[in-house]
Design a protein around this ligand. Structure first.
Ligand code: NAD
Length: 496
C-alpha cells in the first residue's frame, strides 16, 4: 500500500479529505515512495483555527519556558540528525553530507531562537518627562504561516518556525509537496520538546492551500521562500489581504574571479558552489565571471576537477552529487544545455553525456564557456548542475554585468587584493556578498536576504530581522501618582 503523507494539526497527524494527492519520488531511483495529501481550503481553516486557539495560551508562556522548549527541540534535532538527514536524502536526492549541512544551518537558527529572552528586550527611558517613563515591548502577531521550497525541506522551515515560535506565535507550515516528510518529523520533535499542541501545524498542499493561507483573515504574516514568479504572487496577494509578507525569490549568483586570484581556491569553490546539491541551491554559483587572463586558467582548472566528482545515490556515502528533484526538472535543465550550445556557448563539459546512474533523475555536470548575456543559460535561473563562464575584460565590465542582473541574492569575488574586495563590497548591488567565500549564507545572528527580484518585502529572513518580522512593537508611556500624595504609609522617609 502506498504511504500517504498527512497533515499535522493540533498535535496529531490528520488524513487529507480532498481526494487529491501528489506523488513523492525517491529521485535516486525514480520510483514513487509516497503520495502527499493536498489540502482543501477547509482543511487549512482547521489548521489556522487550531493555531489561533494555541497562540492565545502560547503568548502567555514565560520567556524562560519558551526558551526551554526551543532548547529541548534543539537537543532532539541535534541528537537525531542522522534520521532526519536520511529522510531529506530519500525525497530530495541530495547527498547525506549535504543533508547534514542543511540540518546544521537550521540548527543554528534554533540556537539563536533559544536566546529569545535577550532578543525581545525592549528599551526603557526613565524620566522622559517629569514622573513619566517610556518603554518599548515587542509582542507576537498570533498565527503566522510559512510556505517553503523543495530544496531545503528542513532548513528553510527552521529559518522561520524557530523564531516565530520563540516569539510567542503559532505557526502553520505549508512545505513543498515534492519532499514533505521532513515537515512531519519536525512536528513530532516539537511535540516531544514540550511545545503545546497547535503551536506548530503542517498543511500539505499546492496552490489551493497557499491561496487559503494568503486569504485567511486570521493569518497575520506570511514568510515565503521559492521561485521569483511565485514570490511576487505571494507578496502581492498576501499584502493585498492585509498581511505582513516576506517573500524570498530565485537567484542567479555570480562569482567574479580576478586575474590575481588563487585559481585553485577559486576552482574548488566554483565546483562545490555550482554543483553541490546538483545546483539546486538558491545560493549556488551559476555564473563565473572571469576577468582578463583568469578565464583560460579558471576554465581549465574547473574542467580538470569535474571528472573526479562522484555522482550517485545520495544515500551512498561515497556520492558527492545526487540526482535532480524530478524527471521533468532534469529534462528542463538538459534543455538549457542544448539551448546554450545552439546559441554559441562553448560546451566544455556536457552533463548530458555524463557517466551517471541510468535509473533516477540524474544529470552530469556541465561547464559552458563564452556565455553571453543574451543567452537563456545566462538570463534564466536554471537550478541545476550547470556553470556558465562569462568572460569580461575588466573589473568594471564584470561589475556592470552583475549589477545589471534582475536577481541579486548572493555574489562572490575571488582576489588577493583586499582593496579591490572592499571596493566590490561597496559597489555590488546584491544582498549577500562573499570575499573568497562562494556561498556567503549569513550565520543565524545576521539575516538572510537578497535584493531586487530575489526578495519581495523589506524584511530579510531569520536573525534580528526575523525577530522583528514575527513581533509588533508597542510603546508604553507611563505616569504614576506622586508617592508623596499616597495614602499608604510607606514606613520610611520619602526622598527625591
Ligand atoms: P516554487 O516557487 O515552485 O515553490 C515554492 C512553494 O510555493 C512550494 O511550497 C509550492 O508548493 C508553492 N507554490 C508553487 N506554485 C505555486 C503557485 N502557483 N501558487 C501558490 N503557491 C505555489 O519553488 P521550488 O521549486 O520549490 O524551489 C526552488 C526555488 O526556490 C528556486 O527558484 C530557488 O532559487 C528558490 N529559493 C530561494 C531561496 C532564497 O533564499 N531566496 C532559498 C531557497 C530556494
Amino acid at each position: 500500500m502506498v504511504t500517504r503523507i498527512t497533515h499535522w494539526i493540533d498535535g496529531a497527524p490528520v488524513e487529507g479529505t480532498s481526494g487529491r494527492t501528489s506523488p513523492v519520488y525517491n529521485p535516486a531511483t525514480g520510483l514513487v515512495s509516497a503520495e502527499c495529501y493536498l489540502a482543501t481550503t477547509a482543511e487549512v481553516a482547521t489548521a489556522v483555527a487550531a493555531a489561533k486557539e494555541a497562540a492565545r495560551e502560547w503568548r502567555s508562556a514565560s520567556l524562560s519556558r519558551r526558551s526551554a522548549v526551543v532548547f529541548a527541540f534543539r537537543e532532539l534535532l541535534h541528537a537525531n540528525a542522522d534520521e532526519l538527514a536520511k529522510i531529506i536524502t530519500s525525497e530530495h536526492g541530495k547527498v547525506l553530507s549535504d543533508a547534514h549541512g542543511e540540518i546544521a544551518r537550521g540548527l543554528e537558527n534554533v540556537e539563536f531562537a533559544a536566546g529569545v529572552p535577550q532578543l525581545l528586550k525592549g528599551g526603557f527611558s526613565e524620566q522622559a518627562g517629569t514622573g513619566v517613563d517610556v518603554y518599548s515591548i515587542r509582542q507576537p502577531l498570533g498565527v503566522v504561516a510559512g510556505i517553503t521550497p523543495f530544496n531545503f525541506p528542513a532548513m528553510v522551515p527552521l529559518w522561520m518556525a524557530a523564531n516565530a515560535i520563540a516569539c510567542g506565535n503559532a505557526f502553520v507550515l505549508k512545505p513543498s509537496e515534492k519532499d514533505p516528510s521532513a515537515s512531519l518529523w519536525l512536528a513530532r520533535k516539537w511535540q516531544e520538546a514540550g511545545l503545546p499542541d497547535g503551536v506548530f501545524n503542517v498543511v500539505q498542499g499546492d496552490k489551493d492551500a497557499v491561496d487559503a493561507l494568503l486569504t485567511h483573515p486570521d493569518v497575520e504574516a506570511v514568510s515565503f521562500v521559492g521561485s521569483t514568479p511565485i514570490a511576487r504572487y505571494i507578496y502581492e496577494t498576501g499584502t493585498a489581504n492585509g498581511k505582513r509578507v516576506q517573500a524570498l525569490g530565485g537567484a542567479k549568483n555570480h562569482m567574479m574571479v580576478l586575474p590575481d586570484a588563487d585559481i585553485d581556491l577559486a576552482a574548488d569553490a566554483a565546483v562545490s558552489a555550482a554543483y553541490g546539491a546538483a545546483g539546486e541551491r538558491c545560493m549556488s554559483i551559476s555564473v563565473a565571471v572571469a576577468v582578463g587572463d583568469a578565464g583560460d586558467r579558471l576554465v581549465d582548472a574547473i574542467a580538470a576537477r569535474l571528472p573526479k566528482l562522484r555522482i550517485g545515490d545520495g544515500a551512498d556515502p561515497d556520492s558527492e552529487m545526487g540526482p535532480l528533484i524530478t524527471e521533468e526538472h532534469r529534462d528542463k535543465v538538459a534543455g538549457y544545455i542544448a539551448a546554450g550550445a545552439e546559441s554559441g556557448a562553448t560546451v566544455v563539459v556536457d552533463g548530458r553525456a555524463g557517466d551517471v546512474p541510468s535509473d533516477g533523475f540524474f544529470l552530469g555536470t556541465t561547464l559552458l564557456d563564452n556565455v553571453t548575456r543574451d543567452m537563456s543559460v545566462y538570463t534564466d535561473e536554471i537550478f541545476g548542475p550547470v556553470l556558465s563562464v562569462v568572460r569580461a575584460q575588466t573589473y568594471d565590465d564584470a561589475l556592470e554585468l552583475i549589477n545589471s542582473n534582475q536577481f541579486a541574492n548572493g555574489t562572490a569575488i575571488f582576489t588577493r587584493d583586499g582593496g579591490v574586495a572592499r571596493q566590490f563590497q561597496f559597489d555590488v548591488q546584491v544582498g549577500m556578498v562573499g570575499i573568497n567565500v562562494p556561498i556567503p549564507v549569513p550565520v543565524a545572528y545576521y539575516s538572510f536576504g537578497g535584493w531586487k527580484d530575489s526578495l519581495f518585502g523589506d524584511t530579510h529572513m531569520y536573525g534580528p530581522e526575523g525577530i522583528n518580522f514575527y513581533t509588533r512593537g508597542k510603546v508604553v508611556t507611563s505616569r504614576w501618582p506622586d508617592p508623596a500624595t499616597s495614602a499608604v504609609d510607606l514606613g520610611f522617609p520619602r526622598t527625591r
